[in-house]
Design a protein. Structure first.
Lengths: 173, 182
């Protein structure tokens, strides 16, 4: 039962601080799920991201469900998923009901002027540590380089990048 | 109506690959164009608020739209609808994942996928930087944040709080002018 509560609280914390959606929650998941509790390795987390990219729904929900299941079964996955969703639910309700004007205030705009670049820096930090852990040989470095190139220059859909890299993986490893 | 909210967001949740931002156009076509639940201008406001509030973008939008239509119960129906498909799909994936990972070809595939995922994240840094409308000077905060996390293991939560406070203080000290609203 303790693990169920821990899953709920950890993912609630992740949900409460990751501003910007999608990969913005990476640094928090890394810190809590990988660093603090060791529920996943960076490699496993990267696999979940790949699966998230190929399955429908928000990455946050996908990661929470996956980690919840591996650590605490079906009950664990429900606890983690509800945890990651609850802060959104409460905050949006409060804002929609009472504070819709808060986003027009100058102070709020100033706060976000500070937070936005911080989010970019945090995701860059996550990109750095995932890259260090995932690109472990020359083949990996080539896959990394080609993927980056196709994303930047050819605007290839990420899902095709993953499928192509999977095929390359089967061939070269 | 509650069931309708649940179903619409379940449908959106079930058919969008690639996470939050990929869901925005689909949410728009369902709730603005097809169902006419929300006006276009209002949708843009809801999107802006959802992006600036912590949590998954799709869940924030579902909660907001559900609340607009049917209060707290509407919000609960919409967010549960948005969660349900990925919850069920990932649950099934997770149940078979360990067995699946013992297959040699699958291991090799993931050896190839891991560097590609690293590239996806690196690319998302660029994409988010482009869409965040950050003035050049403020990138110093991005650099400091990255350095603190990578080399000094600082908690990202602390970084969000301090950077928000810095923004407020710098704004107050007149670092920004009136009408300078981004």
């Amino acid at each position: 039962m303790e693990i169920i509560i821990k899953l709920f609280l950890t993912f609630a914390k992740i949900g409460a601080f990751s501003i910007g959606g999608g990969y913005a929650m990476l640094p928090f998941i890394q810190r809590e799920v990988i660093g603090r509790y060791g529920w996943l390795t960076t490699g496993e987390f990267s696999d979940i991201l790949a699966i998230s990219q190929m399955t429908p729904g928000p990455i946050a929900v996908n990661s929470a469900t996956f980690v919840g299941y591996t650590e605490g079964g079906i009950l664990g996955s429900a606890a983690a998923t509800l945890g990651v969703a609850l802060p959104s639910f409460i905050m949006i309700l409060l804002i929609a009901a009472f504070f819709i004007k808060i986003y027009e205030k100058k102070t709020t705009k100033n706060v976000f002027r500070g937070i936005r670049p911080a989010v970019v820096g945090l995701i860059a930090a996550a990109a750095y540590s995932v890259t260090v852990e995932s690109v472990i040989d020359i083949k990996g470095a080539i896959i990394f380089g080609l993927s980056l190139l196709s994303l930047f220059h050819k605007k290839v859909d990420p899902i095709y990048v993953i499928i192509a890299s999977a095929l390359v993986g089967i061939i070269v490893y | 109506m509650l069931f309708d909210l649940f179903m619409v967001f379940a449908k959106i949740g079930a058919f969008t690959l690639g996470g939050g931002y990929a869901m925005v156009p689909l949410i728009q076509s369902e709730v603005v164009d097809r169902k006419s639940w929300i006006e276009k201008e209002e949708f843009i406001d809801i999107l802006a608020v959802s992006q600036s509030t912590p949590g998954a973008l799709a869940l924030n939008m579902a909660t907001f739209i559900g609340y607009k239509k049917k209060g707290i119960l509407g919000a609960a129906s919409a967010i549960l609808g948005a969660i349900m498909p990925s919850f069920l799909i990932i649950l099934i994936v997770a149940m078979f994942f360990t067995k699946f990972m013992n297959v040699k070809a699958v291991q090799e595939a993931f050896m190839g996928i891991r560097p590609a995922v690293a590239a996806l994240i690196a690319f998302s840094v660029y994409k988010i930087a482009m869409t965040s409308k950050i003035k050049p000077m403020w990138y110093i905060i991005a650099v400091i944040s990255a350095v603190l996390v990578i080399f000094f293991d600082v908690d990202p939560i602390l970084i969000i709080i301090v950077s928000g406070l810095s923004g407020a203080v710098i704004g107050k000290l007149g670092g920004t002018k009136d009408g300078d609203n981004n």
